[in-house]
Write a protein that binds this ligand. Structure first.
Ligand SMILES: NC(=O)c1ccc[n+]([C@@H]2O[C@H](COP(=O)([O-])OP(=O)(O)OC[C@H]3O[C@@H](n4cnc5c(N)ncnc54)[C@H](OP(=O)(O)O)[C@@H]3O)[C@@H](O)[C@H]2O)c1
Length: 220
């Protein structure tokens, strides 16, 4: 990897429970974090809490900043609109997709993705027309993300899936930099096990335990 990977610029798309917590941790770890919102002026307290490495920007400004990676942490239904606006110009961006399709929140399109013969991460990759989509942080409840980062001896494992080596190294580093263990599940086509109600979803386990689940030696 190039030198940049030591200190990355990360665009957070959707600075709610998942994006807010992750962005704060990454800022603590020394990364530059651009929290984005449709109302960036409302992110003052989050930015203050995250400290000097963080700032609030609009979604457009986040993409224009050409971050090293983008965290996608919006309701699943928002993927259609965000990709429509930004996928063309920023198609080669690394997108770490933390979203999940929930029909009760996201409507019919989420049910269609749940019923489709592709998984949720492949939907995001298709929409953003990028082979550099990673899936991570979608399986962990927001409160564990908030409370169990920088875990010392008692680390939680975070599963991730990617398409290419650069995204793999980068995603793994962003998981480990905030004190979780990273467990590689495979490429996006193998990430079905990370989708809601599948065997890796919602697990609260160590690296060895997660590896056993991923390798089918036990079910969650
Ligand atoms: N909560 C969990 O425990 C959890 C765990 C794992 C994965 N996830 C998944 O992670 C994603 C985010 O969940 P969350 O709990 O963080 O949700 P959240 O707290 O509601 O935050 C989502 C953020 O997305 C932004 N947003 C909403 N609609 C948007 C749109 N059309 N365009 C751009 N931005 C939009 C909102 O920001 P503004 O209004 O400021 O623009 C909001 O702050 C979801 O897909 C969820 O299923 C959640």
């Amino acid at each position: 990897m190039n030198l940049k990977i030591n200190m990355m610029k990360i665009g957070v798309i959707g600075s709610g429970k998942i994006g807010g917590n992750l962005g704060r941790h990454w800022a603590t770890a020394g990364h530059e974090v651009l929290f984005s919102s449709r109302q960036p002026e409302e992110l003052g307290s989050l930015v203050k809490e995250a400290g000097e490495n963080a700032k609030a920007v609009s979604v457009t400004e986040a993409f224009e900043a050409k971050a090293d990676a983008y965290l996608l942490a919006v309701p699943f239904k928002a993927i259609d609109n965000i990709s429509e606006v930004f996928a063309g110009e920023y198609a080669n961006s690394i997108i770490i997709d933390a979203t999940n399709p929930y029909p009760e929140r996201d409507g019919e399109m989420a049910q269609e993705v749940r019923d489709a013969n592709y998984n949720a991460s492949e939907y995001t990759a298709m929409k953003f027309s990028t082979a550099r989509t990673a899936k991570a942080f979608n399986t962990i409840p927001a409160e564990h993300l908030r409370d169990r980062a920088f875990g010392g001896q008692d680390k939680l494992a975070i599963p991730f899936a990617v398409q290419d080596l650069e995204s793999k190294n980068l995603t793994q580093k962003l998981i480990e930099d905030i004190g979780f263990d990273a467990v590689y599940v495979g490429n996006l086509s193998e990430s079905k096990m990370m989708d809601p109600e599948e065997k890796v979803y919602g697990t609260e386990v160590s690296k060895n335990e997660l590896l056993e689940i991923v390798n089918n030696k036990q079910t969650a």
